[in-house]
Design a protein around this ligand. Structure first.
Ligand code: 13P
Length: 252
């Protein structure tokens, strides 16, 4: 059985005081949860603060991006996976559509980032998802396959055993337009079957999160779908009560 996982992606939000307040509330509000892992991915400058606030709690933390380069060097503005280890991160998001679209990360770059994360023993959360134009053109599965296959080709399917996938349709991110549970389930089963074609055990154990306008009032119907193993939460992860309620929805 796959345990549920709920990950908050704070994106470029936060501040020393508000982080403390939000994290204290989230720790308190999720204390009684059973069978659900909660994670927050905070901006780089706050990883040290995140570590000190969450270090002795049940909540894990991670980063939202990483350099594809393993070796330190002249990469102005970049952060290596090895540096993230210093803050006891557990997870790193790679291939978020905002990175793919706004920062021009192609699927090979994302695969290299995935590799950099795993090389230091951290867990990549690989995001895949189609734009509205791609969905309307009927090429959703082709896009998901291309994004997933880039990692399988570089790393081999076994690498997926120590990773998490996130299906995030671009048209549902930050728009308030959630994929229906059936649309999400359809994409998740496609992804799982694609992995299953290589290795059935890895496919069966692979956690696939859904992301895109998940809120307290739609989380339950999404999380009860058989191939949705939790959520990658943007806006709602910045509101303590919403995030806590979403974590609780994953428990049912
Ligand atoms: P929203 O929950 O704000 O739609 O963002 C989803 C997301 O991009 C999480 O990575």
């Amino acid at each position: 059985m796959r345990l549920k996982l709920v990950v908050g992606n704070w994106k470029m939000h936060g501040g020393i005081e508000q982080n403390q307040c939000l994290l204290d509330l989230v720790v308190e509000g999720t204390r009684a949860l059973k069978g659900v892992s909660c994670v927050v991915c905070t901006p780089y400058p706050y990883l040290s603060q995140t570590q000190s606030l969450l270090g002795n709690t049940h909540i894990l933390w991670g980063a939202q991006n990483v350099s594809q380069y393993d070796k330190e060097g002249a990469y102005t503005g970049e952060v290596s996976a090895k540096m993230l280890i210093d803050f006891l991160c557990h997870y790193v998001i790679v291939g978020h559509s905002e990175r793919r679209i706004m920062y021009g990360e192609d699927s090979l770059t994302v695969a290299l980032k995935f590799r950099a994360v795993q090389r230091v023993g951290l867990i990549p959360i690989l995001c895949v998802g189609e734009t509205l134009e791609q969905r309307e053109a009927g090429i959703t599965e082709q896009i998901l396959a291309e994004q997933l296959d880039a990692v399988i080709e570089l790393m081999g399917v076994d690498a997926l055993a120590k990773s998490v996938l996130a299906y995030e349709p671009v048209w549902a991110i930050g728009t308030g337009k959630t994929a229906t549970p059936q649309q999400a389930q359809g994409a998740h089963i496609f992804i799982r079957n694609r992995v299953l074609a290589h290795n059935d055990k890895i496919a069966a154990e692979l956690k696939i999160l859904y992301g895109g306008s998940v809120k307290a009032n739609n989380a339950t119907e999404l999380f009860t779908m058989p191939d949705i193993d939790g959520g990658l939460i943007g806006g709602s992860s910045l509101i303590a009560n919403e995030f806590i309620a979403i974590c609780h929805a994953a428990q049912n």
